[in-house]
Design a protein around this ligand. Structure first.
Ligand code: IMP
Length: 196
C-alpha cells in the first residue's frame, strides 16, 4: 500500500483525508510517524504555513509527506480570519469561541458570503508541490449540527441549505476545500506512481 505522512495531529483532518483518499493510501499522522514535537506555523499566508510544516517534517523523517493549512475567508471582513482562522478569538480559543466571535463580527451584516480555502504542500522527490482547494458558501446566523469540526456548524456550502456540521461526512468530503486540494494531490501522485 502507498504511504504518506500527513503533517498534523488534528484527528478531524486525518479522518477526512483518509475518507477522501480511500483505501489505496495509508495516511500516517505525525504521532504515528513517531514525531512528538509541535510544528511551527509562523507564516502570514496559507502557502507559507503549509510549506513550513512540510519542511519541518521532511527534516525529521526524510519520507514523502504533506502538510495542509486552511482558513475561512469572509467577504465583508476583507478575507478575515484567513490564515488566523484557528486563532480568531485568541491564541488558545476553542471552536465555540471562534464561532461566537464570527457571529458577533457579522451581526450587522446581510452579506454572509465566505469561502474555505485549503493549501497542501507535498514533499515529493526532493521538491515541494502545492495544491489548492476552495469551497464557496455563506455563514449561517446560528450554530447548527454536531458533525465535523471548527466552523462546520456555521458554514453552509453553496448549493446546500444546511451547514457542513449537518451534512453527512461523505458529502462534506466530496465537496470541501480539503477534498479539492487532496484530490488534486492524489491526481498528481497517480501520474507519478506506477500501478502496482
Ligand atoms: P490550521 O489549518 O490547522 O491552521 O487551522 C485551520 C482552522 O480553520 C481550523 O482550526 C478550523 O477552525 C478551520 N477549518 C479548516 N478547515 C475546516 C473545515 O473543514 N471545517 C471547519 N473549520 C475548518
Amino acid at each position: 500500500m502507498k504511504s504518506l505522512v500527513f503533517a498534523t495531529n488534528n484527528a478531524h483532518k486525518i479522518r477526512e483525508v483518509r475518507q477522501i483518499l480511500g483505501s489505496d493510501w495509508n495516511i500516517q499522522s505525525l504521532a504515528e510517524a513517531g514525531i512528538s514535537s509541535d510544528l511551527p506555523e509562523t507564516g502570514t499566508t496559507l502557502h507559507e504555513n503549509a510549506e513550513e510544516k512540510a519542511r519541518a517534517v521532511v527534516h525529521l523523517i526524510q519520507l514523502p509527506c504533506f502538510a495542509e493549512d486552511s482558513g475561512l475567508e469572509v467577504d465583508v471582513l476583507s478575507g478575515a480570519p484567513g490564515v488566523y482562522t484557528a486563532r480568531y478569538a485568541g491564541e488558545n480559543a476553542s471552536a465555540v469561541e471562534n464561532n461566537q466571535k464570527l457571529l458577533q463580527e457579522l451581526c450587522d451584516h446581510q452579506d454572509r458570503s465566505a469561502r474555505f480555502r485549503a493549501v497542501v504542500a507535498l514533499w515529493w522527490n526532493d521538491h515541494l508541490h502545492f495544491f489548492e482547494g476552495v469551497i464557496n458558501g455563506t455563514i449561517a446566523h446560528q450554530l447548527d449540527g454536531s458533525d465535523g469540526f471548527g466552523y462546520d456548524p456555521l458554514f453552509i456550502p453553496e448549493g446546500y441549505d444546511q451547514p457542513f456540521a449537518r451534512l453527512p461526512p461523505s458529502v462534506k468530503n466530496s465537496i470541501s476545500h480539503r477534498a479539492r486540494a487532496i484530490e488534486a494531490m492524489a491526481e498528481f501522485l497517480k501520474q507519478r506512481i506506477p500501478n502496482e
